[in-house]
Write a protein that binds this ligand. Structure first.
Ligand SMILES: [Ca+2]
Ligand SMILES: [Ca+2]
Ligand SMILES: [Ca+2]
Length: 236
């Protein structure tokens, strides 16, 4: 290879390498009780573990604008209970995959730069008017109470009255999956067990390719090829 072309290629490769190094792996990702926000479009895969709440609950993705959460439709529903539990109060209102819930894995593409929250909407079998939603973003809840934990299934002891201190579980890295997440639905006299709806982030990945970057690479390659052709012609 012609040394001039080689040096150009090396310079181009170095520039690309610098661009890649300059971008931190997961820049400005927010994933916790302060909010959910990615710097670019990101697919997150979720898997249900089990539920321990007397409500019939649905886990959804909400878009948050100026502090107002709006359920994303369609596609924002992650997991939906079709009844309160497998067998009423048995096993502390245990709900499992294939019984209380039919769909137990789901994915959602979070748009880059958009703020989201997860929300658990619950209805009560004995009161059709009851409908309550608790959010993963603490500030969206009345009294700014923490309802989600990131990195734990809370108190998974089969005892609905067992309390759990959520303050050590405020955020997690979805790219470092699996990441446990669980919810306290504020039922059962606010027992604060944080195991009413247990699920896991099983993986997260950024949406590729990025058209702008690929375009720049294309221009560089075409330029280099033209340069090689020119120097080759001179030699001939
Ligand atoms: Ca339930
Ligand atoms: Ca609870
Ligand atoms: Ca519970």
């Amino acid at each position: 290879m012609n040394t001039k072309v080689f040096s150009k290629l090396t310079a181009a490769a170095s520039a690309l390498l610098l661009v890649n190094l300059a971008a931190p792996a997961h820049a400005s990702t927010l994933f916790g009780t302060s909010g959910i926000k990615f710097d670019q479009d990101t697919v997150v895969d979720f898997q249900l573990n089990q539920t321990y709440g007397a409500f019939t609950s649905i886990l959804k993705v909400f878009e948050v604008n100026d502090g107002v959460p709006t359920a994303v439709t369609p596609g924002g529903t992650l997991f939906s209970e079709n009844k309160p539990s497998d067998n009423w109060g048995e096993n502390n209102w245990l709900g499992t995959c294939g019984d209380t819930l039919t769909v137990c894995t789901n994915s959602f593409t979070f748009k880059g730069g958009v703020e989201y929250a997860l929300g658990l909407s619950s209805t009560l079998f004995s009161n059709s008017n009851y409908n309550n939603t608790v959010y993963s973003t603490t500030s969206l809840n009345p009294g700014s109470t923490q309802q989600f934990v990131f990195g734990s299934f809370g108190s998974t002891a089969a005892d609905g009255t067992t309390t759990f201190n959520p303050t050590a579980y405020q955020s997690g890295d979805p790219f470092n999956a699996p990441l446990k997440i669980s919810v306290d639905d504020r039922g059962n006299a606010n027992d604060a067990d944080f195991q009413d709806f247990n699920f896991t982030v099983i993986s997260a990945r950024k949406v590729v390719p990025e058209p702008a970057t690929l375009g720049a690479i294309g221009v560089a390659v075409v330029g280099l090829m033209a340069s090689r052709r020119r120097s080759g012609a001179k030699k001939a």
